[in-house]
Design a protein around this ligand. Structure first.
Ligand SMILES: Cc1cc2nc3c(=O)[nH]c(=O)nc-3n(C[C@H](O)[C@H](O)[C@H](O)COP(=O)(O)OP(=O)(O)OC[C@H]3O[C@@H](n4cnc5c(N)ncnc54)[C@H](O)[C@@H]3O)c2cc1C
Length: 413
């Protein structure tokens, strides 16, 4: 997979054994870093964890600053990296305001898609179909097309085309728990002047407007880690971040997210109805594994977050702990806190899992089992969560898919 990561990348630090240059996806160092993010790194080191200047290099373990998918201080999304440069091509036609409603099938072959656009039903025909609706919507589209678990399709009156019990199953996500602390530091981002930040960004491409906010963090092997792989990831935010940022807390402070990288809980998603405009039902099923592994990992994440915050580099700015809070000390109080407050960091994968067993949905070439001319190319096919964020792995997968579609030889390792 490394050659595809490298081919995608245009890293401002230059090329090396782990990184590429010249690819569509701009990757760079942050232009603006809060002194509190540097404080986090110093505190982690003081707690006995290592410093790492490149999580995507030879070693993942340690604390440091994240590199970001940016060009010239601005977000380099998949659309700006890949779509914008291709917009002028004669063989590319982008339809917006279109909801794909199902794959058109002729027997066991995909022959196009149907969509709703401005209230009209539109059919687009072709010889191959590539679904990339993401881990929640690609399985929905397969189900709506009669590809999925036979009983679930029957329940909604959808004619069965291919019985694939794995469609919508095996849902995995990174669950996150935040430790929030009040601070007297003026370096938090809680009370920034939004207009001034925006103006500075627009005029100079500098300042807080270029920050990904979760500037620093790290990867750790907890005391439960069995091998060399990290099992916890941390994102530090120099602001009070509660409820995905939807709840604005008074005052100033900072937040340390801890996330279990390899959850054992598995969820699933189902159709609510055969109406493609109806949302699906998501059973995330977090913290449900029989061994209690996922809960144990988040308990460990909170313990480590507290230990890092207790180090000398934070001493001058550290205030009252808001969450979990001083009262939450024993395991049962912390467990209740985690069950109440843990939240997704939006990394769903696995709902059209790649493999060759009876629960697999696509094969190693991303082709849907039993259906000719149909591929899924998105996070849905990732069989198990990667040890980190999911955007770059999904782009890597799309690079691989491009070779498969074009019949190109893979790049050299
Ligand atoms: C709020 C948020 C923050 C995130 N932050 C990070 C981060 O910091 N780092 C990181 O690595 N990852 C992050 N992720 C995860 C990352 O964005 C995903 O892993 C990645 O985008 C998955 O790519 P995908 O192609 O599988 O799906 P998506 O990027 O979701 O693309 C699917 C596309 O299909 C479209 N679509 C779906 N159904 C239909 C339909 N029926 N008809 C037409 N179009 C349809 C959707 O509108 C969407 O544009 C974040 C995700 C979210 C939501």
């Amino acid at each position: 997979m490394l050659p595809y990561f490298k081919r995608a990348e245009d890293n401002s630090r230059g090329a090396d054994a782990w990184h590429g240059v010249g690819g569509p996806l701009g990757v760079s160092d942050l232009r603006h870093v809060s002194p509190l993010s540097q404080c986090l790194i110093a505190a982690a080191v003081s707690a006995g964890l290592s410093h790492n200047t490149d999580f995507n290099g030879a070693t993942q373990e340690g604390f440091g600053l994240y590199q970001v998918t940016q060009r010239n201080g601005a977000r380099c999304s998949a659309a700006s990296a890949y779509l914008a440069p291709a917009r002028g091509r004669a063989n590319l036609h982008v339809l917006t305001q279109a909801l794909t409603t199902r794959v058109l099938l002729d027997g066991q072959s995909a022959v196009g898609v149907e969509m709703l656009r401005h209230g009209q039903r539109v059919r687009i025909e072709g010889t191959t179909v590539t679904l990339c609706g993401g881990a929640l919507n690609s399985p929905q589209l397969l189900l709506l097309s009669g590809i999925g678990p036979a009983a679930a399709l029957r329940a909604h009156g959808i004619a069965l085309v291919q019985d694939l019990p794995g469609v919508g199953a095996n849902l995995q996500d990174h669950l996150d728990i935040c430790t929030l602390v009040e601070s007297n530091s003026r370096d938090t981002y809680d009370r920034t002047h939004d207009l001034a930040v925006a103006l500075r960004f627009l005029l100079t491409r500098r300042g807080i407007g270029t920050s990904n906010i979760a500037e620093a963090g790290g990867f750790a092997r907890s005391r439960y880690a069995s091998g060399a792989e990290c099992d916890l990831q941390f994102h530090f935010v120099p602001a009070l971040l509660d409820n995905h940022g939807r709840t604005r807390l008074p005052g100033r402070g900072y937040t340390l997210h801890a996330c279990a990288l390899h959850p054992r809980s598995r969820g699933w998603l189902t159709l609510v109805s055969a109406d493609p405009t109806a949302p699906i039902r998501i059973h995330a099923n977090y913290l449900s594994d029989a061994q209690g592994h996922d809960l144990r990992m988040l308990l460990e994440g909170v313990r480590m977050a507290r230990e890092i915050f207790a180090q000398a580099p934070f001493a001058a700015v550290h205030g009252r702990e808001i969450f979990p809070g001083a009262d939450a000390q024993d395991e049962s109080a912390l467990t209740a806190f985690i069950r109440r407050k843990a939240e997704t960091i939006y990394h769903p994968v696995g709902t059209c899992r790649m493999g060759n067993d009876e629960h697999a949905v696509v094969d190693a070439a991303l082709r849907v089992h039993g259906i000719a001319g149909l591929r899924v190319v998105d996070a849905a096919v990732i069989p198990e969560l990667p040890s980190g964020n999911t955007n770059a792995p999904t782009i890597m997968l799309a690079e691989r898919a491009a070779d498969l579609l074009l019949g190109r030889v893979p790049p050299k390792a």
